[in-house]
Design a protein around this ligand. Structure first.
Ligand code: 5GP
Length: 179
């Protein structure tokens, strides 16, 4: 796979500026107490690390594993919990941190799971949103960027576990996806 097959869609500077803005808004929107950040593994880890540091208030960080994609670039439609949270969210203000909302299947499922655990509130922050692809309704409260229906990698997003460490978010061209 050659690096030439990746086209920058969002630069590191654009991403960092937007994440800071989101962090400031989130910090201002919550009245008090610790904000419970629930990061969806693995793609959202990079976003979580920057967002958490941009939120000027106490935060608690926890991780949940949900898989809805295999090694391809289209959803299987299957969702499974691969790692549960370590902490209780009962009575907590929960902010789910996700890399990208595509069909909405993952977040629709996760919100249902979390609601059963009786948090005080649940909101969603997603760095990227592909609204054209939605098949399940999801209310995303904080969106970094709306993007077109293209498969993207970088800043935590992978293709078959590669490219997560790219600083920019790039469109993976067809030739690379087949390689
Ligand atoms: P959804 O359940 O909304 O269809 O999918 C959400 C998950 O699908 C994301 O957390 C991400 O893992 C994966 N996904 C959706 N679109 C893309 C994309 O363009 N690139 C990558 N790398 N993963 C994606």
């Amino acid at each position: 796979m050659s690096r030439n097959s990746q086209r920058v869609l969002l630069s590191e500077e654009q991403i960092q500026r937007r994440v800071r803005e989101l962090g400031e808004r989130i910090g201002a929107d919550y009245p008090g107490g610790a904000l419970h950040l629930v990061c969806i593994l693995k793609g959202a880890c990079f976003f979580l690390a920057d967002l958490a540091r941009a939120i000027q208030r106490d935060v608690v960080v926890d991780f949940i594993g949900i898989s809805s994609y295999g090694k391809g670039t289209t959803s299987s439609g299957e969702v499974k919990l691969t790692k549960d949270l370590d902490l209780s969210v009962e009575g907590a203000d929960v902010l789910v941190v996700e890399d990208i909302v595509d069909s909405g299947i993952t977040l629709h499922y996760l919100v249902q799971v979390l609601e059963q655990r009786k948090p005080r509130s649940i909101r969603i922050a997603a760095l990227l949103d592909k609204p054209e692809r939605r098949v399940r309704p999801v209310q995303v409260d904080y969106v970094g960027f709306q993007i077109p229906d293209r498969f993207v990698v970088g800043y935590g997003l992978d293709f078959a576990e590669r490219y997560r460490n790219l600083r920019d978010i790039c469109v993976l061209e067809e030739s690379a996806a087949g390689g």
